[in-house]
Design a protein around this ligand. Sequence first.
Ligand code: FEO
Length: 386
Amino acid sequence: MKEITGDIRYIGVNDHQLDLFEGQYIVPNGMAYNSYVILDEKIAVMDTADQHFTEEWLGNLREALGGRKPDYLVVQHMEPDHSAGIAAFMQAWPEAEIVATAKAFAMMKNFFGTDFGDRGRKAGEGDTLCLGKHTLQFVTAPMVHWPEVMFTYDRQDKVLFSADAFGKFGALDAEEEDWACEARRYYFGIVGKYGPQVQAVLKKAAGLDIRIICPLHGPVLTENLGYYLDLYNTWSSYGVETDGAVICYTSVYGHTAEAAELLAEEMRKLGCQKVAVNDLARCDMAEAVEDAFRYGRIVLATTTYNADIFPFMREFIQHLTERNFRGRRVGLIENGSWAPTAAKVMKGMLEGCKDLTFAEPAVKILSAVNETNREEIRQLAKDMMA
Ligand code: FEO
C-alpha cells in the first residue's frame, strides 16, 4: 500500500489477465485500476476497481482503514473498470454514503438496479465535501470520458483526482516504460473524440494549484506536471506533437507496401527526422491512430477493393474521422489493377475533416510500381515536406 501524501493511500490493483481493455485495446503490460483513500476525521474512498478485483481491492481498502470505517465513496466515473465494486462496498459499510453526479446515480440504477436511495449525495460543479482538514472540491468533466465524470480536487494536499484523464495503459508493477507512448495510445483511442471537452476541463484545472495528479489508470504524477498538462493541451487541441510523418498502408501482394517504403525513404532523404510506417493489417491499429494525431503529415496508401478500399484502411480512416481528425497534410497512394478508385474513396471519407491539405500528386499504381510511379513518389515526398 503506497502513501501518496500523509493522509492519502493508494489502494488500486494491477490486472495482468486482461486480453483486451474496453474490449478492443491490447495491453501487453497489463492495466492498473487505481483507487485511493483519504484518511481524515471522515474517510473518503475514491472510486472502486474492475469486477475481477473486488476482493483484492476491498482487502487493500481494509488494510488502509486499519479498523476504521469509511464515510464516503466518491464515484468519479461509472465505467465498470472503476465502478464494479460499488455494491460490495455499500454492503460492507451500511452507513457509508456515495458522492457522485446526478448522471452517475442514474447509471448506478442501470448497472446495479438501485441508486442507493438516501445513501447518495449529489455533487455538482464547485460543490465541496469537508472531511476535517481536507476539503474536496468537485469539478465536473463531462465526456472525459463519459457524461457523468467528475474530477475531485483536495484543497489540503493540492491533489487532483483526475478520473480517466492522465491515465495510460500498463500495470503499475510492470517494467517502467515511457509515459507518453502508452498515455497517447490510451488518450486517442479512448478520449480522442472529446478534445473540446478536455480543453474545457483543462481550463478549469488551470485555476487550481495542483501538486499531484491521481488518475484512475497509470502512475500517480508528482513531478514536472507541466509536461503532462502541456501534452494534454496539445492532444486535446489536435495540435502537432512531434515533427515527422506517418505512412499507413495496406498491401495485398507487396506492391503498395513497396511504394510506402520508397516514399518513406524519399522523405527521410529530404530531412524528415521521423517517418513511422504502419501496415494496417498487421500493426496495432491503436498505435497507427496515435501516430496519425502525433505528426503533422500522414500518407494513406491502399488498394482498390470491391470498388471501394481495402477493409483495414476503411476501418483506420473511420477511427480518424470519428475522433475529429483535422489540421494535417495528407498524401494519397492508390493501387488498382483495372479500375483504381481508392484515392477518390479515401479523399471522400476525409471530406468532413477540417483543415486538411492534400499533397500532390496522388500516386496511381496500376498493379506494380513502375518508373512513372517512382517519379510521382519523389514529387509527393517533396510536396509532403513543403
Ligand atoms: Fe477507465 Fe472510462 O474508464
